[in-house]
Write a protein that binds this ligand. Sequence first.
Ligand SMILES: [Ca+2]
Ligand SMILES: [Ca+2]
Length: 397
Amino acid sequence: MKRETIHVAPGQPPSSASRWRLAAFVSLGTLFVLAATITHRFTKPTIASTHHEARSIPRKPTVTPSYQPTLENTFKPKESGPEGMVWVPGGEFSMGCDDPRNCPCGGPDAMSDARPIHRVYVDGFWMDKTEVTNAQFAKFVQATGYVTVAERVPLKDDFPDALSKNLVAGSTVFEPSPGRVPLDNHYRWWTYVPGANWRHPEGPQSHVEGREHYPVVHIAFEDALAYCKWVGKRLPTEAEWEFAARGGLTGKRYEWGDDFRPGGAWRANTYQGVFPVQDLGQDGYAGLAPVAQFPSNSYGINDMAGNAWEWCSDWYCSDYYGRWAEGGALIRNPQGPDVSFDPVEPGIPKRVQRGGSFLCTDQYCTRYMVGSRGKGEVTTGTSHVGFRCAKSSTDLK
Ligand SMILES: [Ca+2]
Ligand SMILES: [Ca+2]
């Protein structure tokens, strides 16, 4: 497995921060970009198949200039759902995000990769109510002995130019800056910390005792896949994730509506205060929160906005929506592109991440917006990247 240094442009989500930030690794970026490209760009994602429901699907032009009503399936499986999961009916919906820059709390990013807004159909499926927790992930590790990417010592073969003393397992941790800083370089607030991993989220001296019900973080894409396989589930596709997050609503800015704080109430764990200097925690939490501390959406799902970023199964491609929309056909159960491409960092293989995190703020990144898109280099889990699982209904087979 090759690891690469990643550079993030202004406005990109900090989830893209690389696992590697050791100064000794300068000059490795280009080398590993090439290697990673060879490894990943021609590999199709492994995604559990989905199944169409017996339902009349409108056959109409699917490129819509604006949001059209969400049409939910009426089918509900006879089977009872797995513990901790809720049924998402699926159906047809308008996927994507308007340019939010002139909206209250809209932030600085045009979200151009989330347009055009287009019609998508997804089958019904089961979705975890919450992000996977430390307690859940600990059961998996106890049962399997699984070692996450962040816990593995980097191999000399993967970093032939690195000094052996610098080949130390670790992960990338958010650290507040001592004062206001320009927001054009995420290395001002992300630091590679040896010994940081899901058991030690802030580094070797930290631990997760008492944080059993917090989202597990420092999860790389393959870590999420391994957990999903063990528990008999899978990652949601990006379309499934957004359908679930919208909760049957049509074209809302947030999973709960268009007002960031309806009635003055906080609806998600995000960041208040000057970023990245001090998280004031006015929403009740400075940093991660235990799961399900805010109201669920209408499907009974929590934290689809904020708290921890969540991996989806799709490769990330910045123009994926545009290429789909050009086809003109209703898009059924999209699985994502065959290859990853991010013009900001060409050649870096990335998967989709959705929902933003406790670090999202309208000063920098507003990807708590339900139609917005995030992305992450596949070997990089940071102190705000986790996941949740989906599962297809056996009644659909
Ligand atoms: Ca918060
Ligand atoms: Ca989340």
